[in-house]
Design a protein around this ligand. Structure first.
Ligand SMILES: [Zn+2]
Length: 402
């Protein structure tokens, strides 16, 4: 039995244009595109007449275990039962999927609850995106571990970094995430303009990841941290806020992906409760850094750095399921064209994950991950937030198109 998605306008992420036609799906994968012929008697037919259909979106930076509602990142699970975190992450995964994200990379979980969620999604017992998980992130000794005791694993020096990276893989991680520099969402003792890991430590993390057919993602705001990540062979730089022209040119040369996460600022500002509860020193940093962050993402993009979309969903006010706001923000704030922002959110993510054969475009042989809109996001990027249809692996998760 085949599944047909009929009558949609199919977006080609490489060409940046639509073509009309049907999608025929078998065993969860696209079997024909622009298909001719007619469904057979027992085929399932989904009417998508007039809808704008895209490949499933890929969010390369989420924290499914982080609750966004309260707005206070200082140990949000203190005093709660471990199961509450796990159940929250399961809900966050479903919200993310319903928001149009059929694949997500979790770059900092909480006591491996997100890996349990990944496994249950893969077994068909929970609804959520295809997940690629880092487990706990690797950090130097820092005051911020007190904020995120379930997310941080401390490792100092190349030997400890190697051991801790191996531990994440042993716990089922798909990648290694390191803190290359200080963070914004951290204690007042931490500075995002300072590096944390030194080059030799970053190289140690990359080696363990790559030896095991995985990749290493580096959180990096500070310019020197971005440079270290590129030099060491990290697959992606997360945030990349305070780089300079030479550093972004180096990223372009090395093929290092930039995951911009520019919506962290606007998402916080749009949420009154998160704003009211957030520690003032963090709110001040979000406000003070937004313009430069946006300007530098635009610069990096102009210099030819490959961009993969990532929301940082899980930061205060940056709600799971509202992931499409990052695509909108890349266009309205960081000067990407709608076509480029959508490419970053589909093929960009697939390439970062080295899964171009399975993900990232509406092409024969790939997973039948399809997201639909009633209005055209190419003519009005705000329409990207009105997801009306979500299919993952040929299974309809949501259909409000008609
Ligand atoms: Zn993050």
């Amino acid at each position: 039995m085949a599944i047909w998605v009929r009558g949609g306008r199919l977006y080609d992420v490489v060409a940046g244009s639509y073509r009309d036609g049907d999608i025929r799906i078998e065993d969860g994968r696209i079997e024909a595109i622009g298909a001719s012929g007619a469904p057979l008697g027992d085929d399932q037919v989904i009417d998508a007449a007039g809808a704008f259909l895209f490949p499933g979106f890929i969010d390369c930076h989420v924290h499914l275990c982080m609750p966004t509602e309260g707005g206070n990142p200082d140990n949000p699970w203190a005093g709660k039962l471990p199961g509450e975190t796990a159940i929250y992450a399961a809900h966050a995964a479903e919200w993310t999927l319903m928001g149009g994200v059929t694949t997500a990379r979790d770059v900092g979980g909480w006591d491996y609850h997100e890996i349990a969620v990944r496994n249950l999604i893969n077994q068909g017992k929970l609804r959520g995106p295809r997940l690629f998980c880092a487990g706990k992130l690797l950090s130097i000794t820092t005051s911020t571990t007190a904020y995120y005791p379930g997310m941080y694993d401390t490792a100092n020096g190349p030997d400890q970094v190697r051991a801790m990276a191996r531990k994440q893989l042993a716990m089922g991680a798909d990648l290694i995430k390191i803190m290359g520099t200080g963070a914004l969402t951290s204690t007042e003792y931490e500075d995002a303009r300072a590096i944390q890991y030194q080059l030799e430590e970053v190289k140690a993390a990359v080696a363990i990841a790559e030896e095991n057919f995985k990749h290493c993602a580096a959180h990096a705001h500070a310019c020197e941290g971005i440079r270290n990540a590129a030099l060491a062979g990290c697959r992606s730089v997360e945030h990349g806020s305070f780089g300079d022209e030479d550093t972004y040119a180096l990223m372009a040369e090395k093929g290092t992906y930039l995951v911009p996460t520019v919506c962290v600022h606007s998402a916080l500002m749009a949420d009154n409760q998160a704003n009211a509860n957030l520690l003032p020193h963090i709110r001040d940093r979000y406000i003070a850094s937004e313009d430069l962050h946006l300007k530098n993402v635009a610069l990096a993009h102009r210099l030819g750095v490959s961009v993969a979309m990532g929301t940082d969903a899980g930061t205060p006010g940056n709600h799971h399921g509202d992931n499409m706001q990052e695509i909108e923000r890349m266009v309205t704030g960081a000067d990407l064209s709608a076509q480029d922002a959508i490419y970053a959110s589909t093929m960009g993510g697939a390439s970062l994950l080295r899964r171009e054969d399975d993900l990232g475009s509406l092409d024969v042989g790939k997973f039948a991950d399809v997201v639909g809109f009633a209005a055209d996001p190419l003519t009005d990027i705000h329409a990207i937030r009105d997801v009306g249809f979500v299919m993952k692996g040929g299974e309809v998760m949501r259909d409000e198109l008609h």
